[in-house]
Structures are given as C-alpha cells and as structure tokens.
Design a protein around this ligand. Sequence first.
Ligand code: NIG
Length: 394
Amino acid sequence: MSTLVTGISELRTVTERGTVKDAALVMENGIITWIGAADAAPAADTALDVGGRAVLPGWVDSHTHMVFDGDRAAEFEARIAGESYAASGIAVTMKATRTAGEDRLTGLLKDRIAEAHAGGTTTIETKTGYGLDVRSEVMAARIAAQYVDEVTFLGAHLVPPGQDAEAYLDEVTGPMLEAVAPSVGWIDVFCERGAFTEEQSRRVLAAGRQKGLGLRVHGNQLGPGPGVRLAVEMNAASVDHVNYVSDEDIAALAASDTVATVLPACDLSTREPLAPARRLLDAGVSVAIASNLNPGTSYTSSMNFCVATAVLQQHLSLDEAIAAATIGGAKALRRHPVQGGLDAKGRPAKGVIAVGAAADLHVLSSHTAINLAYRPGMPHTWCTIRAGEIVYQG
Ligand code: NIG
C-alpha cells in the first residue's frame, strides 16, 4: 500500500538534496519511494495531507537510559540548591529498578517511548545499567530489545555499593556479558571519576568487542579525562557527553570515525558547561545530539528542546542542529546511509529523507523548522511517522 504525503511546506531531507519547498513524498512498505515537487507527484493508493507543514526526518535519539523505575527528584532539588552531580546517585535507581519486576519495567519503557514519539523521535537507542547484577541486567536488555532500535549493555555504569571493583568487573566481562549478549548490539562504559578508570574501561570494551559488540563510551562528562582518547583508540562508534575536551582530544576525534555525542539537556540539569559542539564541528568532528533520558542527569526525552538549546546556547545553525539530531545520531548508531538510502548492513537508513531510507518523518506544527529555536518550549510536533505508520498525532 503506497501513501502520497502532500502539503509539505518545506521538506528537510538532511541529504545533499537540502530542503525542498512545496514538496511531496511517497512511502510504501515502511520506506520512502519517491521525493519531489508537489506538482510532479505520482499517484498512490492513499493520501496524507499535512496541511502546509514542515517535515524533517524523525529524530534519532542515540543515547538514552529508558529502563528504570523511580525518580531522583530529591537529588535534583539538592542540585539546584548547590550540590554537584555525583555518579553515586545511580545506586538509588539501581535499588528501585531491581525490585520493579518485568511487567512494571515494560510498562514504564513503553510510556517513555510514547513520550519520545510525541516529541518527533522515531529511532531510539537505550542502555541497561540500572540492574547491575546478572538477573536485572538481562531483564533490562531483554525488555529493551523488544521495543527500541538499538540496545547497549552498560553493566559498567557503577560498581554496586559494597562490591569490590575488580570482582564486579570480572562479573561484567564474564557471566553478565555472556547472558546479555543475545539481546544487545553494543557495550558502553562510564569512564569517569567515581565510576571506572581508563584501564578498567579498556577491559570492558575489549571484552565487548571480543563478543562481537560495537563500542560506545561515556567520557569527559565531569572533568577532563581519558574517555575521548580511549574511545578513539578502540574505534568506538561514539563518545558521549564530551563536556571537558582538550584541543588534543578534539584533534583525535576529528581524525577518527568516532562520533561525539552532545547531551544539552543533561548539561543544563547537572549545571555542567555545555559541551563545545561549535568547536567540535569547526574542527571537523562528527557530532550527534541526544536526549540522555535518565532519572539522574536528564529526565527528558525532548529532542525538540535539545535542538533548540544547541542553536540558542551552543551556537549551531538550525541546519547543523537538525543534522546532529538526525543523521548525526544515525552515524553514532551506524544506521546512516552509505549506499543510496541503505545503511552499511543493507537496512533502510535512519536520519535522512531519501529514497530507500526508512519512512520515519517528523511533521512539525508549523510551516517552518526555524520555529524549533525561534519558539522554544512550544509544542512543535504535529505528527510522527515511523516506518510509514503514524505513531503520534497531536
Ligand atoms: O549519561 N553519566 C552516566 N550515566 C547517566 C547518568 C546516570 C544517573 O545518574 O542515573 C548519564 O548522564
């Protein structure tokens, strides 16, 4: 069944084709099959008129922690009263998550995905990392694998209180990794003071690679550190946070295939300096923007908010911010187009509007995408389409 989408005031393809005004597109079986001027549109089985609105690729949220129970509102209140963020808060969420049970965690995850859809997100990566024992990490990975696009094993999020770090790492890189591996495609490590050292992080990543997983790193979030260099050394797909980076770190990223993922909502919530997205782009680094939804440092999945912050406070142009939140995220997940509209594994690519790519569309409420930054905080998402199906209609 083909659908002709009409009434598109501006179609931001995020490809070399740029923005097409007064556009139309056709989608069929979950992929885009035609793009062009409205007056040249072919016939299709059904039609969807979006009423003169702007259309972008659905946001690709390449960094979230969606499988958890409980919140940390009290910790947040203490922070706005002057406390600084510490990784040890993760243990509070660990306790709540371990006792939640599969049905409750599944319901919470589905609610969070629905919220993300309501903000124009169509592709989601999420991490384990609030179970921190074999049973709970496996449960989180299994639940996530049913509902999101990419699942990352983050057993190395924190050493659970009272456990010996090396003994815990033996478990993470041994039985825990073995047990979660069927449900995950990636491994990640929190390489930061208060979490894991460079050597420990290298060990985690090497074990994941040995198991056939792609690599990601949480790095340089709370201070200068080895995370970026380690990610580049290990050819990780992304290093995320990157608040405290040196010129050498930036040069290493620019010469690598590692995407630097900035998390503006997290930076605001933790009152860390915003990651230097402008400097990174100017140096030629591939940049992604993600929400980092989690109860400790970024309790929002709003990519609209992250994009507005990137424009207003990190000095990206609108085109740069949209690209970082779409094809940038897709690169961080290795789901970007490499040939036609297909990714490196021959799947419909994410993060672009191109023939052959996934029919993942974000229809804005307004006729122009500049309103994302010009009218920050307003309800911008009119409709979200994932693989050709409407998953949210405002
Ligand atoms: O990406 N930095 C490490 N992990 C999460 C926060 C986890 C938490 O505090 O619950 C993050 O910010």
